[in-house]
Each structure stands twice: as C-alpha cells, then as structure tokens.
Design a protein around this ligand. Structure first.
Ligand code: AMP
Ligand code: ZN
Length: 115
C-alpha cells in the first residue's frame, strides 16, 4: 500500500502519531478532526496515500465510493441524525492543507465555526 513517510495522515494510519479513531477497516480510517468546525467533525481517509483528488484514477473509484457510503453510517453512530456536511478540499486554491485525500464530515447543532 502506498505511503509517504512525511505525510501526517500516513503517520496516523501507521500509528506513529495518535488520533481519536472512530472507524477503521483494511482500506479506510476515520478520526476526529483536531480543530473541529462543528460539534461533530471527523475526517475520513483512505489508508493508502493519495495526495489529492487530482491524483485519483479509475482504480480509486470504489474506494472513494466506500468513503461516501460510510459517512452517513458513522454520523448515525455518532448521534448525528439531523444532517451533516461533507467537504473534500482539493489543491491550494481548494483550501487543502494536508495533502492526503480526506473527506471532512461535519454535523451537530448549529451554529458552527465555519459555514
Ligand atoms: P484541509 O484544509 O482540508 O487539508 O484540512 C485538514 C484538516 O486536518 C484540518 O481540519 C485540520 O484540523 C486537520 N488535522 C491536521 N492535523 C491533524 C491531526 N494530527 N489530527 C486530526 N486532525 C488533523
Ligand atoms: Zn499520506
């Protein structure tokens, strides 16, 4: 599985830095964002290193489909039943700061810090 030793999310996958994990399987990992914008704010990532959505090819379609399918399940499990927001920032002008693809999944009572 591709991994980048300098990537902070690869380090979380490898257990080298801690995270508050909410879900894990062979391909995907979900954990709480360290600076939440909403009462519940998790990041859902592929375990393999894919820097941005620009780097995703047809071989990743099933993986990203699984990420989208998992989002509502995890929100339900976390007690978020009234709606949630999903965001995938891509590249510098997309506001991406960590260059390992991640889906922000945010919910809970408003107002939120952003949005
Ligand atoms: P983005 O701007 O879409 O690249 O978002 C990166 C997100 O990763 C931000 O919301 C950060 O708060 C979050 N983040 C960065 N480092 C960590 C970490 N070690 N554990 C959890 N979340 C992190
Ligand atoms: Zn990575």
């Amino acid at each position: 599985m591709s991994s980048d030793p300098d990537c902070i999310f690869c380090k979380i996958v490898a257990g080298k830095i801690p995270a508050k994990k909410v879900y894990e399987d062979a391909e995907l990992l979900a954990f709480h964002d360290i600076h939440p914008w909403a009462p519940v704010h998790i990041l859902l990532i592929p375990k393999q290193h894919v820097a941005t959505l620009y780097d995703a090819g047809p071989e990743h379609e099933a993986l990203f489909g699984r990420m989208l399918g998992l989002a509502p399940r995890l929100m339900r499990e976390l007690g978020v039943l009234d709606g949630f927001r999903t965001v995938v920032n891509t590249g510098r002008n997309g506001g991406q700061e960590v260059f390992h693809v991640h889906m922000h999944v945010m919910g809970g009572p408003r107002p939120w810090a952003k949005g």
